[in-house]
Design a protein around this ligand. Structure first.
Ligand code: T5A
Length: 208
């Protein structure tokens, strides 16, 4: 079975990392070779950009600088990790990707979708995720989960209206492309979330 490029999206604390570990474990049990990675990040340079973007210290980037830094990290990550893994036939399970840019920098910060789409084509060529799992959760619960886990980063200091726009941005994209996106109700208890994820894994592997 050849690998697929799966991305996991959603607001703060929606359970993306937990879902990623679960999906990777199930695929590995089926004999798939899996690479787990994340954005921003995934290579030393891209992780350095992540640290800069998430930090509360120093000069905060203006919105356009934030957008360009995210795509700079993405270019490095694609070239060094994602494309080589897919070329080897591995599955790539990525915690956030370009849908996060449309939701955060587009819907929430208000940068133009056309500008983001242009950068998407420039940096990614025709590469798009084969499937996007949207962990949908109200920002209230997500931020409470993130807060319970520890200190909040720069993105986690935004106001409630920002996260509402992020959520609507994600849902709008998911509803426009139902073949590629699967929405998981992330407010459910973990075992119900994992049951839904198992259905998705079955779909992906039965079309392999
Ligand atoms: N960003 C990123 C952009 O603005 N543009 C971009 O293009 C990209 C790529 C960093 C930030 O970067 C921004 C958005 C982000 O703000 P991040 O660190 O990946 O991105 O984002 P966070 O959402 O902050 O990641 P978290 O690690 O906080 O959240 P997760 O991964 O969604 O949640 P997870 O799995 O760690 O779970 C959080 C807690 O909830 C529990 C877990 O055990 C954990 O304690 N939990 C549940 N509890 C109850 N029921 C369930 N069903 C649960 N599932 C998990």
């Amino acid at each position: 079975m050849s690998g697929r490029f799966i991305t996991i999206e959603g607001g703060e604390g929606a359970g993306k990392s937990t879902a990623q570990a679960f999906i990777a474990g199930k695929l590995e049990q089926q004999g798939c070779s899996v690479v787990c990675t994340r954005e921003p990040g995934g290579t030393p340079l891209a992780e350095a950009i992540r640290n800069t973007l998430l930090s509360l210290k120093g000069e905060a980037p203006v919105d356009m600088a934030e957008l360009l830094l995210l795509f700079a990290a993405r270019a490095q990550h694609l070239a060094k990790v994602i494309e080589p893994a897919l070329a080897r036939g591995q599955w790539v399970i990525c915690d956030r990707f370009t849908d996060a840019t449309f939701a955060y920098q587009g819907a929430a910060r208000g940068l133009s979708c056309e500008a983001i789409s242009s950068l998407e084509s420039l940096v990614q060529g025709s590469r798009r995720p084969d499937a996007v799992v949207l962990m949908d959760l109200s920002p209230e619960i997500g931020i409470a989960r993130a807060r319970a886990r520890g200190e909040l980063d720069r993105f986690e200091q935004e106001d409630r209206a920002f996260y509402d726009r992020v959520r609507v941005g994600y849902l709008t994209r998911a509803e426009a492309q139902p073949a590629r996106y699967s929405i998981v109700d992330a407010s459910q208890p973990l075992d119900a979330v994992q049951r839904d994820l198992r259905h998705l894994i079955d779909q992906w592997t039965s079309h392999g």
